[in-house]
Ligand binder design. Structure first.
Ligand SMILES: Nc1nc2c(ncn2[C@@H]2O[C@H](COP(=O)(O)OP(=O)(O)OP(=O)(O)O)[C@@H](O)[C@H]2O)c(=O)[nH]1
Ligand SMILES: [Mg+2]
Length: 439
């Protein structure tokens, strides 16, 4: 009679049958797990049964590995080889598409054999030769689909490097016996050991070829352009998606090719709040010894539109050009109209009765400061809304300004549009005067 649960586990020998097409590395996998090297080839005859122990479980679990030859599929012996197996491991070669496609025939055969058994074996899929990942011939999505369709655990590794081999057997044996794996088995590769397993990945720890767990690759525009130039960039990403998390940072989603977009989860970020920008901006200015005034900060915030990169670029350019980051310097540096200039323009627009004089003043200022009418319109637009005007006057003024901006954008002359702007302000003032005289 058994004294403890431990002893009960110890007495049970777990039988694992390894099946799959010839030359997929089944024998190599068994030898690697039991402490040997990859076999030189030659092929197994019939089936080879090996005894071993799963030392990564406590207490160690006795194992019986049945290495079935690839050409046993067509023989009547297959059912004998698989008899009383607890685990059926279907092995395919990552670099050989046929070895994966033929697995469905293996699966049908295996299911036929165990059709009448009450206790069905645990099925798992193993993609071998991951050291030849660059020669991968099977899409990851196909493998995942196949595994989920047949409710199988899906692993990938290499009998040559030992990647995932210990993990594979330990996870499967623990699953069959209903034991929790306390500790990850050490996969010794280049003297490194893997990082802890992510339980949500169905027992599959994504180890990179070097034995390092998930890496992140953050790409900028230049790096991405290089990847995009390759027609197979999406395949490249798919290929390494098990060990690498790709993070693409961009301003314009439209510039990413659809093939890449469809493989990404998109995160959009709203413009930053002023309270988020100011502390960081001040910290950088202090660390870099940049003199920045309060109105300089406000000007940077106004021009950035919540984009921290714009804030820092403008800060850097202003400092390089003037050494002092003040409001005027910031606006002059980016060629944006100064607030004082806009105030002058607004003053002429709202108070100058002589059309020709008003036109001359604004035109001269435009030429002297190199201002674009589009920028003037944008600034006037924000300020005019704060001026107390009757709603209908403000509405017609805004419509006329919008029309002017549209015409400018389509290439109309700046002089004509400036005249139109002055005229619309004159009309608005006349309307206000008329309303005042009526009331
Ligand atoms: N690059 C690489 N080669 C491997 C790996 N595993 C096995 N091989 C090679 O693949 C060839 C076939 O390996 P075997 O282990 O004999 O294949 P098998 O599946 O047992 O073949 P059969 O017994 O005929 O069914 C050998 O030349 C091995 O050296 C691996 O992980 N990576
Ligand atoms: Mg073999």
């Amino acid at each position: 009679m058994l004294d403890s649960e431990d002893e009960e586990v110890q007495c049970r020998t777990v039988k694992i049958a390894i099946v799959g097409e010839p030359s997929t590395g089944k024998s190599s996998l068994c030898y690697r797990y039991l402490g040997g090297n990859v076999v030189a080839g030659g092929g197994t005859q019939g089936a080879e049964v090996m005894a071993g122990q799963c030392l990564d479980l406590r207490p160690p679990v006795p194992l019986q590995l049945c290495d079935v030859a690839g050409n046993a599929l067509a023989t009547r012996m297959l059912s004998n080889y698989l008899f009383a197996s607890d685990i059926i491991l279907l092995v395919y070669d990552l670099t050989n598409l046929q070895s994966f496609e033929k697995l469905s025939i293996w699966l049908i055969k295996v299911k036929e054999i165990f059709e009448n058994d009450v206790q069905k074996p645990l099925m798992a899929l193993f993609g071998n030769k991951s050291d030849l990942e660059h020669q991968r011939a099977i899409r990851l999505s196909c493998v995942q689909k196949f595994a989920s369709e047949h409710l199988m655990e899906n692993f990938k590794g290499s009998a040559r490097t030992g990647e995932m081999v210990n993990n594979l057997f330990t996870t499967l044996v623990a699953r069959v016996l209903g034991i929790k794996v306390q500790r990850l088995p050490p996969v010794i590769m280049n003297g490194r050991s893997p990082l802890p397993k992510d339980p949500e990945r169905n027992g599959h720890t994504p180890l990179s070829l070097q034995g390092i767990s998930s890496q992140s690759l953050i790409m900028n525009r230049k790096a991405l352009r290089k990847v995009q130039r390759k027609a197979s960039s999406s395949i490249l990403i798919e290929k390494y998606t098990e060990n690498v998390r790709f993070c693409i940072i961009c301003n314009y989603l439209g510039k990413i090719i659809p093939a890449l977009q469809s493989r990404c989860t998109r995160f959009r970020f709203a413009p930053l709040q002023q309270t988020q920008i100011v502390p960081r901006l001040k910290e950088i200015a202090e660390a870099e010894g940049v003199k920045i005034s309060e109105d300089g900060v406000k000007a940077l915030l106004a021009l950035s539109g919540g984009d921290m990169r714009k804030v820092l670029n403008t800060l850097q350019s202003t400092w390089l050009a003037y050494r002092d980051v003040t409001e005027d310097n910031v606006y002059t540096c980016v060629g944006h109209p100064l607030r004082s200039d806009i105030n002058k323009i607004l003053h002429w627009l709202l108070n100058e009765n002589d059309f020709a004089v008003c036109f001359k003043h604004i035109q001269d200022l435009k030429i002297a400061k190199g201002l674009a009418l589009g920028d003037i319109l944008t600034e006037v637009h924000t300020i005019i809304q704060r001026v107390k005007l009757p709603p209908e006057v403000l509405i017609s003024l805004l419509i006329k300004m919008a029309d002017s901006e549209a015409r400018l954008a389509s290439g109309c002359s700046e002089r004509i549009e400036l005249a139109a702007l002055i005229a619309s302000f004159q009309v608005a003032r006349d309307q206000v005067k008329m309303d005042a005289s009526v009331s």
